[in-house]
Structure formats: structure tokens, C-alpha cells
Design a protein around this ligand. Structure first.
Ligand SMILES: [Zn+2]
Length: 502
């Protein structure tokens, strides 16, 4: 047999399309050609494969070797194909059996010693491999590097064989020493987050964050430095509803694309807080081979943007699309990649450039013009898409000195879970996802509530979008209270959270 075929996968956004690695040996002058890979990566892969085969005490065939990675138009990073290429050469030259290879999908980067290095996106590859079953194709097992196994093993029923070296894989395929099948994840330990009770005072902002958690609403906090905005934000994931299995899997798959998945963070909502100097690509994703950005790494978790006005305005504008649609499409030359980006936005800002406007010590020296210019850095359309605007005031001394801690995250989370369950039962989704027609249907209020709302709209000069947002937030407030109908008091509270519109 001088032809061997091995199955592997490429990565394209969250997708992992199949790649067939064909290795052909022919007589003639010894050579080693790889087609279907970018030029620069071919050489590195050839060197690693040759060294690994020789270190493992196999013979590197002195023949004309042609490796074809098909289809040719898929984006390919070389590393993951090292192991399939090496096995293909060994099978085509009769040093390992070629027949069993069809039952496997294989990926792994080789070190010169023949050890296996982890691959990016093992989870996405496994998810795609398991879709074969749904399409009625024969099942395959996945051979991959040891350190990539724990994420691949998150996919239920997947057969995973972790290996630490080329030699181990060869022993397995030859039937000498079988690899040990990866044992699926045990029941995960309870997920823990920093606790809300550690934040002193600030009962108003805490209340607003509870509403945000209940309905999935985005939040903008304004307040002087050192009032606990970051502390509140970092504790926010702990009051969100527990992740569903599907959410946990999607979140893990994205971390896996970024090489940042850890088994112990399974079902833990991510908290991403990029610095305001972060580039557009870092924030929304991109690159030659498109990678997820912060907004996708925050999928089903929290994206915290501290000092919001300091972010590049162009970068902020890009957030508008994912805030509405829950995903982002990155176009690069001829290539497109789609990443999920259903994150909950928590933003924070100072009230003025110096930060002390409205502080009880009143140290602010900013001119009204400076304050206006500072706030105008956040565009109206973006502000419009943030459901809750709240103030986080500086604490007075007696509040700082007060003993006793606040309510623990766990008991807040119980109320949030209950409110969220009402939403799912009523409308099949969280309140923030309601479209305008659904708002009319599910967020009805009585005449008194309507009158109050109309008054607020004209007094604060609110947009149609803000009108819908107030109703959605009022719906979440009513859900926390366990009320079927939205009452005037719920509207009144929701209107308070639109104060920056004025
Ligand atoms: Zn100031």
C-alpha cells in the first residue's frame, strides 16, 4: 500500500469542517511535498514530522512523498496536521496498518522528540465529529494530544483517545498497546464566584444589578472612582442563573478556540474585562485566521467595560450589532467567520473627566463643557441599547464604617432564577430578547402605568427604543416581585434607570 488516507479537521469560526490528509509514496528521487497548506507553514511541518518519525525509531521513507490536505480552500494552521501526516507516511510505507485508520479522526502537533502538543479548538472538532452520527455516517473515535482531551471529553458519548506521543499512537493502531479511552467528566464541583455580600452599602446599584440579572439587561454604572463599580461588576456573574448544559458547552467551545479553556471552569460564567486601550480586533475578534474576541469569549457571560468613554468610539460602535443579534460576523478578505457573542454588557464610567462631579466632598473642577464633551464620547445609539443606567455614589463615612455584610449572592441568585423561570414559561426567552411586537404582547400595563410612561417619555424626551426598554425592564421588576401584570410602581422604577437619556 503506498497510499494512506487520514481524517482530521480544520477550524473555521466555530465550525470544524473535515480535512482529508492523503499521503502518497512513489518511486523516484526522494522528496517530501505538502500541498494544501500555506507556504510558510509547510516547511515547519515537514521538519517536525521528519524529526518525530526518526526519533521514534521508524524509518523515514527515501521515496517521493506527496501529502495532500483537502479541500484546498479551507483555512489551515499547520500544527494540527503533524500527527495525521506522520501516521500517513508510516501507513503508506507499511510500518503501521493502514486499514484501522478509517475509524479515527486525528489531530496533534508534534515536537521534534515525537511528543504531542495540544491543538486549538479540540472541543469544536469533537462537536463536529459527533454530528456525523446525526447525519447517519459511521462513528469515529478521536485521537488527540493528552492535554486537549479534557475539553474534547466534554462532548457526551464521544470516544476520545488521549495520547502523549507518536509512538503511543502507533502502538495503539498496530494493536500492541491500546490507548486508554478518556473517562467522561465527573459531576462538576459547585461553581463559585466572589460574593456580593463583600460590597458595602450600595443597595440601589445592587437592586439594579439584580433586575439586570433577572431579565438579562445591559447596565451602565456611573460614579466617582473607588465606589466599588468594578467590585460590583466582578460579582455580577455570581447572581446570574446557573448555566444550562448547552450554554456551558458553547462557552467552553469558544474558550477552546482561544486555548483558554480549563476543565475546572466548566459551567462557570466568564467575566471579561478588556482594557480601554484594547484594539478592535481584540474586542470583537479577527486576524488572518479569525479568532474570537473579548465579546465572544464573554458569550453567556459578562463583558465589563470600565471607563467606557475612554474606549475608541469606532470600537464601541461595533458593539451595537452583537448587542442586538447575539453574534458577530468577521469579514477578512475573502473569508468570513461567525462567532456567537451573546454577552451581558456591564459598563462603567466616571461622571466627569476628573471623576468627582456630584461627590459629597464636591472636589470637581471640570467645566460644564468638559463634562458634556466627556459624556458625548458615548454615542446616543449605544446608550440607547443599554437598558439600565445607574449611579454608584461615593459612600459617606458612616456607611463605610458600618458593620455587617450585605445579602449573599446565593440568595439574590435564587430570586433571579425564579424571575427568569417565569420569563421562560411565559415567552420562552429572557426579557431582554423580546422584540417590539412581543413587548406589546407581554409587557402590558394598566392605564395608570401607561399615563406614567407617556409622561416620562415627553419629559425625558426618550426615543421609541427607550420606550420599549423601559417596558422590558419594568417586566423584569414585576417578575422579581412575582406579579403577572406590570404596575405603575414597576414603570416608575424602570424610568429611574433611564436617567442618562435626559
Ligand atoms: Zn470633574
Amino acid at each position: 500500500m503506498s497510499l494512506a488516507v487520514i481524517h482530521s479537521r480544520a477550524l473555521s469560526g466555530m465550525d470544524a469542517p473535515e480535512v482529508v490528509v492523503e499521503v502518497h509514496l512513489a518511486n523516484g528521487l526522494p522528496s517530501f511535498t505538502i500541498v494544501g497548506l500555506p507556504e510558510a507553514e509547510v516547511k515547519e511541518s515537514k521538519d517536525r514530522v521528519r524529526a518525530a518519525i526518526q526519533t521514534a525509531q521508524f524509518e523515514f521513507p527515501a521515496r517521493r512523498i506527496t501529502v495532500n490536505l483537502a479541500p484546498a480552500d479551507l483555512p489551515k494552521e499547520s500544527g494540527r496536521y503533524d500527527l495525521p501526516i506522520a501516521l500517513g507516511i508510516l501507513a503508506a510505507s507499511g510500518q503501521i496498518p493502514a486499514k484501522t485508520l478509517e475509524h479515527y479522526e486525528i489531530a496533534g502537533e508534534l515536537a521534534l522528540t515525537g511528543e504531542l502538543r495540544p491543538v486549538r479548538g479540540a472541543l469544536a472538532m469533537t462537536v463536529n465529529m459527533m454530528q456525523r452520527k446525526a447525519e447517519g455516517q459511521a462513528r469515529r473515535a478521536f485521537i488527540l494530544p493528552q492535554s486537549s482531551a479534557s475539553e474534547a471529553g466534554l462532548v457526551q458519548d464521544a470516544v476520545i483517545y488521549p495520547a502523549s506521543s507518536l509512538l503511543e499512537v502507533c502502538a495503539h493502531l498496530s494493536g500492541h498497546t491500546e490507548l486508554v479511552r478518556y473517562q467522561a467528566r465527573q459531576q462538576a464541583a459547585a461553581v463559585s464566584y466572589p460574593d456580593f455580600s463583600e460590597v458595602k452599602g450600595q443597595s440601589m446599584p445592587k437592586r439594579a444589578l439584580e433586575i439586570a440579572a433577572a431579565g438579562g439587561h445591559s447596565v451602565l454604572m456611573s460614579g466617582p472612582p473607588g465606589t466599588g463599580k468594578s467590585m460590583l461588576a466582578s460579582r455580577f456573574p455570581g447572581i446570574l442563573p446557573a448555566m444550562t448544559e448547552q450554554e456551558a458547552l458553547e462557552s467552553a467551545a469558544i474558550q477552546s478556540l482561544n486555548n483558554s479553556f480549563r476543565a475546572e471552569s466548566w459551567a462557570r460564567r466568564t467575566f471579561r474585562s478588556p482594557h480601554h486601550t484594547a484594539s478592535g480586533v481584540a474586542l470583537v475578534g479577527g486576524g488572518g485566521i479569525p479568532r474570537p474576541g473579548e465579546i465572544s469569549l464573554a458569550h453567556h457571560g459578562v463583558l465589563f467595560l470600565d471607563e467606557l468613554p475612554e474606549f475608541d468610539r469606532k470600537v464601541l460602535e461595533v458593539l451595537r450589532e452583537p448587542l442586538e443579534s447575539g453574534h458577530i460576523t468577521i469579514s477578512r478578505a475573502a473569508r468570513q467567520a461567525d462567532f456567537p457573542a451573546s454577552f451581558q454588557l456591564i459598563a462603567a464610567m466616571n461622571p466627569c473627566p476628573c471623576g468627582y462631579l456630584g461627590h459629597h466632598n464636591n472636589k470637581c473642577r471640570c467645566t460644564p463643557d468638559q463634562v458634556a464633551r466627556y459624556r458625548a464620547k458615548i454615542s446616543g445609539p449605544l446608550l440607547d441599547r443599554i437598558d439600565l443606567h445607574i449611579e454608584v455614589p461615593a459612600l459617606k463615612e458612616d456607611e463605610l464604617m458600618a458593620n455587617g455584610s450585605g445579602e449573599a449572592s446565593e440568595s439574590v441568585r435564587m430570586r433571579v432564577e425564579r424571575a427568569r423561570r417565569l420569563q421562560i414559561e411565559r415567552q420562552g426567552k429572557a426579557n431582554y430578547l423580546l422584540g417590539s411586537r412581543e413587548v406589546e404582547q407581554y409587557c402590558a400595563t394598566d392605564d395608570a402605568g401607561m399615563a406614567l410612561l407617556k409622561q416620562a417619555i415627553s419629559r425625558l424626551n426618550l426615543s421609541a427604543r427607550a420606550y420599549h426598554r423601559i417596558l422590558k425592564v419594568a417586566r423584569s421588576i414585576a417578575d422579581i416581585a412575582g406579579e403577572a401584570a406590570i404596575k405603575p410602581a414597576h414603570i416608575a422604577e424602570a424610568v429611574q434607570y433611564r436617567r442618562f437619556d435626559a
